[in-house]
Design a protein around this ligand. Sequence first.
Ligand code: FCB
Length: 430
Amino acid sequence: MTIQFPKDFLWGTATAAHQVEGNNNHSDWWDWEKIPGKIKHGDVSGIACDHWGRFDEDLALMKALGANTYRLSVEWAKIEPKQGVWDEAAIAHYAEVVRKLLASGIEPMITLHHFTSPRWWADKGYWAWEGTAAAFGGYAKLVFERIAPNVRIFTTVNEPLVHLGAGYIMGIMPPEKKGFEHLQAPLLGMLRAHAAAYRALHECASAHGKKIEVGMAHHLRIFDPKHTWNPVDQLVSKIMDAAFNTSVPNALETGRIRVKVPGLLTIDEDIPGLANTQDYFGLNYYSRDLVTLGWKDGSLQPLPTVKKGALVNDLGWELYPEGFLRVLRRVAKHYPGKPIYVTENGLADAVDSRRANFIESHVSAMETAIGEGVPVKAYCHWSLLDNFEWIEGFEPRFGLVEIDYATLARKPRPSFQVYRDLIGRHRNDR
Ligand code: FCB
């Protein structure tokens, strides 16, 4: 049975500024990625895909795909390269990008923070700095007024716990702190900053007589016990799930952040102004982990593993479309009535042998969910282009469009046509 997708359903792709634009030279990553040993093969983002300079070409690709949405991030480090100094050229660039998307019938979804940060703000202490909520709120206001007064969907922060987990627990991204004890201060600061940006965006929008939706993009994973019969694995997968998947989204509803990893971490705080600050549920879904308990860095910790024999992507992540259905059902149950925007879903697949099937199986999971009444309203495939995949460098190929990094030539992969045909079959808004 084929389900009718809602008439206003958004089909498109997602990217993030640092991964595609190039020349993010006022950001924390610009310096950090040059330190030997940080990025695979010693890659640095450099000009990346020159999405900044070749936006028109990339817009033509989105049109060829038949997309009616594009999730992009604006780069705070480019917009405010020094504290209180706004870069007019960068503002004009993004305003033009938004104008061109809207003129092409492609609705922009704008993310304010996607892993990279202005160097000046990093030097002050990132999210933990006491001026962060005011600074981030001011940046949000500027983005609305100067860049995106006609944009409807805003994401304050991309994958809060991936970003903070990598930077403050695992120590594999800036600022390279290692240990659970480092998480609390930046997490609380980030939630305060989110609340400030939520308010700032809504205030600006109502002053302009506009209705907008603001939320975060949450990375939800499936955590199943490695040994299903083992009560310890069952417990550990529950702990991981609560800490990673539900703590932040719940906090945006209730105003109270609670994260508990026994023996390692307890956070339980009320954040004034945080309750009811997500108008939609932004969902990034990629994979599942089978969890067990094991020794790491001298302590017993939850350890993620990959199912033996599973079909995986080029980075070894299990391809698990059933998990997408499970996650969609769960979000609909826990956050009833909230529209769900799939802000990311994709795979690294250099030879493009699994992408078409990945897209079809994940869209079919979405279709099943919609048939059950789950309010999914958008699907953004990660990613339009191959790009700079953080510590993995340029090697993983997430693009529907292949980039030749020697010439920056774009070449749609066969799966691009598959996704295009699928959008053609399902789009009902024209
Ligand atoms: C997500 C990130 C995105 C990209 C994909 C592969 O966690 O949000 O920037 O790296 O993974």
